[in-house]
Design a protein around this ligand. Sequence first.
Ligand SMILES: Nc1ncnc2c1ncn2[C@@H]1O[C@H](COP(=O)(O)OP(=O)(O)OP(=O)(O)O)[C@@H](O)[C@H]1O
Ligand SMILES: [Mg+2]
Length: 458
Amino acid sequence: MTPREIVNALDRYIIGQDEAKRAVAIALRNRYRRSCLPPELREEITPKNIIMLGPTGVGKTEIARRLAKLVEAPFVKVEASKYTEVGYVGRDVESMVRDLVEESIRLTKQKRMELVKDAAAAATEQRLVELLLPQQKKQQRTVNPLQFLLGSGQPEPEEPKPTEEEQQARKTLREQTLDRLRRGLLEKEIVEIEVEESVSAMMFGASGMEFDMGGMLGDLLPKKKKAKRMPVEHARSILMQQESEKRIDMDDVNREALQNAEQNGIIFLDEIDKIAGNANHMGADVSREGVQRDILPIVEGTTVATKYGPVKTDFILFIGAGAFHVAKVTDLIPELQGRFPIRVTLKDLTEDDFYAILTQPDNAITKQYAALLKPDNVNLSFTEDALKEIAKFAFRANEQNENIGARRLHTVMENLLNDISFNANGQHPMIDVVVDGAYVDAHLSAEWGEDNISKYIL
Ligand SMILES: Nc1ncnc2c1ncn2[C@@H]1O[C@H](COP(=O)(O)OP(=O)(O)OP(=O)(O)O)[C@@H](O)[C@H]1O
Ligand SMILES: [Mg+2]
């Protein structure tokens, strides 16, 4: 994707914030450009990490998340403020890389599963049919080893072959069962399948160790198999899982996932301003600076050991984000600043932006509510002036109370549609509910309107 295409794709979900969109689009394209270079040169070029500055709820996380989704890059979002310096209680900074690898494994596995989906589904169906058929009398085929070696094809008299009719009958039964299974008539039938009992990670939970003991030991200890009876509807997903895993080479997945995490991974470091030193509080500064110093090597490029193997962090893209109300970017230790050469500022959202956010994005909140109420036979729609009113109310609420950005739209909409959401129950024929300006006024003015402004001016 060209940078312009990336920006266009982001435009489908995020309103405005062009500067930030451009910056991430360029960073992404640079990865592609880099991958085209000869290896010696490629090794030299590390990503230009980005810091996004901007108030809460204006799209920082959303842009990064969408970006990662767009290109199916492994992505994790971590709060910089929850890390502590090595030696203190808390999460150590390397865990962010391990999280990224886990995510990468998940993505790769999911992709492979998708590839084998049809084959696995067919095999699952066959197994279910087999389980549902009445057990054939077990005729132990005792092959005489001598006979076997000599390759004599002498028919064994004590084991009569099923007759033509028997075979035919069984085939018909099989077809009928398959047909009924496909028509969903056998979902409640009980079948017995073998499930793997994973070694309980609980045993280790209490120790409070960060280490994934269950996972580590789980790979070492032999898996216990256990027969379990359950309805077809449950058995299907377990068999599907088993059949998929049979068709996937996990070593291959690990290798590809590690590579993908190294080359295409994105780590979103939220609240990076919270670990910036603030000259006045000496006490807190020490550990904040400590965290920055711990993060530094990871951003600069180091190798982190994970349970899937070592991971180089040199080419992972880091996107820092923070409001930077109190601390400034320049309060970060210079080495760290230097590793985030690109700064973009996200703007406060305007009333017009709110209006656009309500309607335009593919996942616009008005569309979400409409979709959510459909199953309860409510056909929800909004008039133009209703949307204008909602945007206005949300904007004013942000001015009068805390400015929580676009998140305000969610609270406003929730308030607005509270009655409808509560009363819709699906026990009525499809009804059209049109939310118009008057409805918005009536429902929101009590909450945020002029009459009540005094409530907020104490
Ligand atoms: N510019 C925008 N266009 C569309 N939706 C937006 C925009 N900004 C924010 N939103 C919506 O608002 C919500 C919060 O946005 P987001 O998580 O990106 O905030 P943020 O900038 O990361 O804030 P914080 O600093 O609190 O983490 C999301 O549901 C997002 O879809
Ligand atoms: Mg955020």
